[in-house]
Ligand binder design. Structure first.
Ligand code: K1U
Ligand code: ZN
Length: 167
């Protein structure tokens, strides 16, 4: 397994729209394993393939305390959603930035697992938030897009400053 470099906002590659996966082979299983290792090491509770510069519809999520409930979702689709919740979000591509975002409270998501089997899962709370956050990445959207333009400008200058310091 390998740790993968994570793209940083405002890298334009985070804006690419991911393509559906048509063949679930060993290269996809290896990518999922590498993404899971990268997510656990970060540490994070989710990661989309877009964030590691692979523009395929694959996400990994683990919101469990013990970090022993890995979910791999291929070609995820939200079939229905209901309600609303506002929660603090962070993003491994936007380090050090946390802000409140409104999301659906409950979602029904359809996806393929690593065996290519169709699955359906109802999620609420943090899992529902994480699924929506990661599916945004697959559509080229980052959580800061949900914030005001003023906040987005401040975030960009904060990250540019951080990049100058670490260069
Ligand atoms: O997509 C990502 O960049 C991962 C992101 C997922 C996420 C976090 C919060 C709300 C919605 C989606 C993260 O994992 S940021 C790091 C984080 O939240 C975390 C890190 C360590 C322990 C617990 C949470
Ligand atoms: Zn993110």
């Amino acid at each position: 397994m390998a740790l993968l470099p994570i793209l940083r906002f405002p890298d334009p590659r985070l804006r690419k729209v991911a393509a559906p996966i048509t063949n679930i082979d060993d290269s996809i299983r290896r990518l999922a394993a590498d993404m899971a290792e990268t997510m656990y090491e970060a540490p994070g509770i989710g990661l989309a393939a877009t964030q590691v510069d692979v523009h395929k519809q694959l996400i990994v999520i683990d919101v469990s305390e013990a970090k022993d409930q890995l979910l791999v979702l291929i070609n995820p689709e939200i079939v229905s959603n209901e309600g609303a919740q506002v929660g603090e979000e962070g993003c491994l591509s936007v380090p050090g930035v946390y802000d409140k975002v409104e999301r659906a409270e409950r979602v029904l998501v359809r996806y393929l697992d690593l065996d290519g089997k169709a699955q359906q899962r109802e999620a609420d709370g943090l899992l529902a938030v994480c699924i929506q956050h990661e599916m945004d990445h697959l559509n080229g959207k980052v959580f800061v897009d949900h914030l005001s333009l003023l906040k987005q400008t401040r975030i960009k200058s904060k990250l540019a400053k951080q990049a100058r310091i670490t260069a």
